[in-house]
Design a protein around this ligand. Sequence first.
Ligand SMILES: [Zn+2]
Length: 107
Amino acid sequence: MSDFVWCHGPRCHTSHTQDRIRGVKGSKVLRTKKVKQYSNHINMYSYFCSQGCYNDFANTYVSEVIALHPRTEALETPIDVVKEQATDYFGHPYTNTKIITVDNNGG
Ligand SMILES: [Zn+2]
């Protein structure tokens, strides 16, 4: 099993960088970069060599990705809004508004 994948950026092979150059004089190419795989740590950098390649992929295939995981209704997080009186560095009072997530599943 290989320990790398090719970067999924659709234009990775067009970036003019020294580390993408392959081949011999007269038949050189810019090649898609390899991305090393770590079995215990999977995130976007497991498939893309850079933020730019990730953005290129996301912008090119956003319609297909959204079709796989459509959002058909809004999500909500239960909260409490708490207003607290506090004083600033100079001793002037002010109201601090805190948004606290309410855990309805824990009891
Ligand atoms: Zn790339």
